[in-house]
Design a protein around this ligand. Structure first.
Ligand code: DI6
Ligand code: FE
Length: 405
């Protein structure tokens, strides 16, 4: 006997990245996991003989719960003033070099209490879960000292219970050079390798280690030291790579079997080939591309031809992507990067899951996976990428139970 059976619904199973649409489908749930998926006509009996509860979905579409696999939702303050400066002509890099940008968010985040940080993140996370998100990755990186990085990661973990959302965390120690290490880059990299990584591993606060490998960030050599330390402590790695220039970050990430390399506007052919070989997911972040008014899109055709799985995420952060909607990110991925709506949906489901190392657990509607899914008031799945700013979510289900929002 199943715990619940969801009928009067169409299913986009997203198996292997395709809609795998089942019209007039049925989904059985037992002990928080998917127990049966198929056409209602193929059910092995009458619904009320199969399940304790039968849920009629009003002809909604059911998709896997959305996975936002790259966010910086935990931070204090905001950067609307910087937005205004950029509108008067300053560039993101100029502001960063002049000590604004990430550094100003670091200052605000260091000053905030853990409670204040949770409250600040709550509005953004609320928006994400109202848009169907059931799994969310959260990066640190606005502390840049041990205590504040740990505070950010504890806050990220606290979101799990508060919003009934699965949380994965990444230590982003190599986000920017903190002011107190202005003249000691090597000293800061040592702090990340020798203190931050061992501490987050010991306390179970981070699932992965990330870095910002960029001209205004950290070099590949610095990044590699951090990857080595992460691997030595049993943590996964991922990387902000080739966002503003080609640094060879994608190759480096692939060499360390990174779960993902993210951004990739400037990735080279060699970088793509290396990612294809290592199974590293390309995480596309069109919100940052849009907000920075970049003109060079990631080489989607080449990534597609090389069969590199493409995830899509919000990159929700105060500087370059104040985007709190995965559906908006999907629309931007289609309009700005020319993904198909099917690829965009795969990007926030099965490939997003893979970018977090959760490909076996979530991301598709398949028997045995966690019963994390979302119900949508739409007539066809392409609508999820098509509408801008519409309220499409009907219900969000986590572990087989109707969840908040
Ligand atoms: N790349 C980004 O787009 C964000 N971080 C990063 O490494 C920007 C973060 C910020 O400006 O606050
Ligand atoms: Fe980012």
């Amino acid at each position: 006997m199943w715990d619940s059976l969801w009928i009067e619904a169409h299913l986009a199973t997203m198996k292997a990245g395709a809609y795998g649409a089942i019209r007039d489908g049925a989904l059985g749930v037992k002990d928080g996991r998917i127990a049966w998926v198929g056409a209602r006509a193929d059910l092995p009996g009458a619904p009320d003989t199969l399940s304790r509860e039968v849920m009629s979905c009003g002809h909604a579409w059911i998709t896997p719960g959305l996975v936002d696999c790259h966010t910086h939702v935990v931070f204090a303050g905001n950067r609307a003033g910087e937005f205004e400066r950029r509108l008067s002509g300053a560039t993101y890099e100029e502001i960063a070099r002049a000590g604004g940008g990430i550094a100003s968010t670091v200052q605000a985040t260091r000053a905030a209490s853990e409670e204040a940080l949770l409250e600040a993140a709550a509005g953004r996370v609320w928006a994400l879960v109202e848009n169907g998100v059931t799994t969310l990755e959260v990066k640190s990186g606005y502390g840049l000292d041990l205590d504040t990085e740990l505070k950010m990661l504890r806050t990220a973990r606290a979101l799990e219970a508060r919003f009934d959302v699965r949380i994965r965390t990444s230590l982003l120690g190599l986000h920017a050079l903190p002011p107190e290490f202005k003249n000691d880059r090597a000293g800061y990299v040592r702090l990340v390798c020798e203190e931050m990584i061992p501490a987050v591993a010991r306390e179970g606060l981070a699932d992965a280690v990330d870095g910002f490998c960029e001209g205004i960030g950290f070099t590949p050599a610095e990044t590699e030291l951090v990857f080595k330390a992460a691997r030595a402590h049993g943590l996964d790695v991922k990387l902000h790579a080739e966002q503003l220039s080609d640094q060879g970050g994608a190759e480096l990430a692939a060499r360390y079997k990174a779960l993902s390399a993210d951004h990739l506007e400037h990735v080279s052919d060699a970088g793509i080939a290396a990612m294809a070989r290592s199974g590293t997911v390309a995480v596309l972040l069109p919100g940052a591309f849009y907000c920075l008014r970049e003109t060079r899109a990631p080489p989607i055709d080449k990534l597609r031809a090389a069969c590199v799985p493409m995830a899509v995420a919000t990159d929700c952060n105060p500087g370059t992507s104040p985007v709190a909607s995965p559906l908006m990110a999907m629309n931007m991925a289609c309009t700005l990067f020319r993904l198909t709506p099917e690829e965009a949906l795969a990007g926030v489901t099965c490939h997003g899951a893979r970018a977090l190392g959760l490909g076996g657990e979530i991301g598709t509607l398949e028997v045995g996976k966690a019963a994390d899914f979302a119900l949508w008031r739409i007539d066809e799945p392409a609508e999820l990428a098509y509408w801008i700013g519409a309220d499409l979510m009907q219900e969000r289900v986590r572990g087989g139970r109707v969840a908040l929002a």
